[in-house]
Write a protein that binds this ligand. Structure first.
Ligand SMILES: O=C(O)CCC(=O)C(=O)O
Ligand SMILES: [Fe+2]
Length: 318
């Protein structure tokens, strides 16, 4: 593979003012680059400093430290019957990882309920920061979805259809502790693909995310201070008839320092049907790869099998 294939594409969005310029030449050009990156690598670095201010980002990471520093019994109060939600820690397979998975944090009442549980006496700064950061990340990933529709030259109607694939969200706050033996590289998170449509993620100062290229090489992802990484998940892979690549990724702790990251997973409602648009099926070059399925059924299948190739086994058309 060429070194070009190993480099994660980096797209400079600053100044593009996506919302206002939708449909402009500049926006259409960027849409092509987004599509190309999502097809070739299943992810890209998005530099977009005027959408999420440095102040908000710094506040978010300060807030994260505050919440992870709470006593274990307080954090454990955040429980959920849904996998990957609630407070997760001490998992035998990923002992360094702790996370809070918050559904629909862009809704003010959800951010408020989580904050009240952690700080019954109130913590308005935390609540506002959580709500504002999650809303901005959701907006950003919805903009990327619109660009994907444009990148494929699909009719406008698909812009609203594709947004259905992210009508819910899971905002995850993650901390990775330093292992017993901080000199060796330890696994923070095992290799996986995301079960989202898109994931948008940033980290605080310490690196660790790695992506598996199509030629089977692990490449460290350098997320700039003012940037994000956008990762294609299984939902978008299925919807696009397998043209968009859902990149396998993992976290390796190499720096011997604790790491904080945040991610917004855009997901469909359980009952949403994921179906390949007819325009993305072409008899010889792109025959239909996935049957229609509902998100809830797929997610249940994944959780019950944890199959590394769950999407193809569950919905693949052979
Ligand atoms: O912390 C990271 O950088 C990656 C997290 C991740 O891949 C996930 O939670 O699905
Ligand atoms: Fe992930």
């Amino acid at each position: 593979m060429t070194s070009e294939g190993l480099r994660i594409p980096c797209l400079e969005f600053s100044g593009v003012e996506l919302g206002k310029k939708e449909g402009s030449e500049e926006w259409r050009e960027m849409s092509k680059k987004v599509r190309d990156a999502c097809e070739s690598h299943g992810c890209f670095i998005m530099v977009y400093d005027d959408k999420v201010s440095k102040g908000l980002r710094d506040d978010m990471f300060l807030c994260m430290k505050e919440v992870f520093d709470l006593p274990e019994e307080t954090k454990k109060k955040y429980i959920s019957s849904k996998p990957y939600r609630g407070y997760n820690s001490e998992c035998p397979f990923i002992p360094l990882s702790q996370s809070f998975g918050i559904d629909d944090a862009p809704l003010p009442q959800t951010s408020q309920a989580f904050t009240n549980l952690m700080w019954p006496q109130g913590n308005p700064t935390f609540c506002e920061t959580l709500n504002s950061m999650s809303s901005k990340l959701l907006d950003l990933s919805l903009e990327v979805l619109k660009m994907i529709v444009e990148g494929y030259g699909l009719p406008k109607e698909y812009s609203s259809e594709i947004q259905e694939l992210q009508s819910c969200s899971n905002f995850r706050l993650m901390k990775y502790k330093v292992g017993q033996n901080s000199e060796v590289c330890e696994t923070g998170l095992l290799p996986h693909t995301d079960k989202s449509a898109l994931t948008i993620l940033c980290e605080f100062q310490v690196e660790g995310l790695e992506v598996l290229t199509k030629s089977n090489q692990w490449v460290p992802v350098k997320i700039p201070q003012e940037g994000f990484v956008v990762i294609v998940g299984d939902v978008l892979k299925a919807w696009s008839n397998g043209r968009l690549h859902s990149a396998t990724h993992r976290v390796m702790m190499k720096e011997g320092k604790e790491r904080y990251s945040i991610a917004l997973f855009g997901v469909p409602k359980e009952e949403t049907k994921i179906e390949v648009p007819a325009e993305l099926v072409e008899d010889n070059i792109h025959p239909l790869r996935y049957r229609p399925f509902t998100y809830g059924d797929y997610f249940k299948y994944f959780v019950s099998t944890l199959h590394h190739n769950a999407l193809d086994v569950f919905a693949g058309v052979s």
